[in-house]
Ligand binder design. Structure first.
Ligand code: 13P
Ligand code: SF4
Length: 301
């Protein structure tokens, strides 16, 4: 075994740690993780976890969610600079001001928000459960969906339900165009086109399926098709190829890459376990207030 892998294994055993990794992280990170998944699956794992130490490999809001759901554990985020640009598009003070000015509106935050913003909202959702959660709300309930207006619009269309949108987006998914999809279809006729619901509505309309990263992995495993065009961050193709050896996966061109997800490296995981740092630090009030909309989400979904 590589010496760094050996070191990580020893440190992990010494601290009784678990490693959680998002589907977009580097392949070598996914390979050492105890759990790899989408935002919803990882939230559920964090909520169930009894591990004293969680090493969270993903972007900062995901590590914060793990800390909120497992407050007694040490949550290590190996690279604190790995953030999600979309999460920073919903500023907590602006969200608080909106809430004050619109007391009759339910604030639904995509889980891609900071803990400080989650404190201000009524309910959270992920791309894997947004449709289900919103469909359970009374028909006349006014909604502000933040920060991702693409996900919001896609859900609003499926459910035929008007909502207000904050105006944020994922720069990586928002960049994908219908022309990218058409070029890929031409290069790989017959391949099933999968996209993430963070893509623009016209891109979702041009695809065959719009699914969370966990949903895509499940779809690919259950599908009889042998070829897939992958309209999301390229890191997911590691697991897709590994779990489906007989199937072919093609990235879009230009290849969608989330540079923040790639900031988590084996060296940083080793250092975090060795030093028990950097830890996600959230005050008790933030944990208590931000836990409420996430707990409601987990209860409904
Ligand atoms: P998933 O919950 O589908 O994994 O999405 C998270 C994300 O950040 C997508 O860009
Ligand atoms: Fe954020 Fe987009 Fe990266 Fe997902 S892919 S973590 S939404 S920037």
């Amino acid at each position: 075994m590589d010496s760094i892998l050996q070191e990580i294994a020893e440190l992990k055993a010494r601290h009784h740690a678990v490693i959680m990794a998002h589907n977009y992280t580097l392949g070598e990170i996914q390979d050492i993780a105890d759990y790899t998944g989408d935002s919803l699956e990882l939230s559920r794992k964090a909520a169930e976890s009894k591990a004293p130490v969680i090493v969270f490999c993903g972007v900062r809001f995901m590590a914060e969610t793990a800390k909120i759901l497992s407050p007694d554990s040490i949550v290590l985020h190996p690279e604190p600079e790995a953030g999600c640009p979309m999460a920073d598009m919903a500023d907590p003070s602006e969200v608080a001001a909106y809430k004050l000015a619109n007391p009759d509106t339910l604030l639904i935050a995509y889980v891609n928000t900071t803990a400080a913003t989650k404190k201000e909202v009524d309910l959270c959702c992920t791309s894997g459960n947004a449709e289900k959660i919103i469909s359970k709300l009374p028909e006349n309930q006014k909604i502000m969906f933040l920060p991702d207006s693409n996900l919001g619009r896609n859900v609003s269309e499926i459910l035929n339900r008007p909502m207000n949108f904050w105006g944020g987006c994922c720069p990586i998914h928002d960049r994908i165009t219908v022309a990218d999809i058409e070029r890929a279809r031409k290069a790989h006729p017959g391949a099933v086109v999968l996209v993430h619901p963070e893509c623009r509505p016209e891109v979702v309309a041009a695809a065959d399926q719009a699914l969370s990263t966990g949903g895509m992995l499940k779809f690919v495993q259950e599908s009889a098709a042998a070829e897939f065009i992958v309209g999301t961050e390229c890191g997911i193709m590691h697991r897709m190829s590994k779990e489906n050896p007989g199937k072919n996966f093609y990235a879009l061109e230009p290849v969608p890459v989330c540079v923040d997800m790639k900031k988590i490296t084996l060296e940083k995981v080793r250092n975090a376990l060795r030093d028990l740092s950097p830890q996600v630090e959230l005050d008790a009030e933030t944990i208590a207030k931000a836990a409420a909309p996430i707990a409601k989400m987990l209860e409904i979904s």
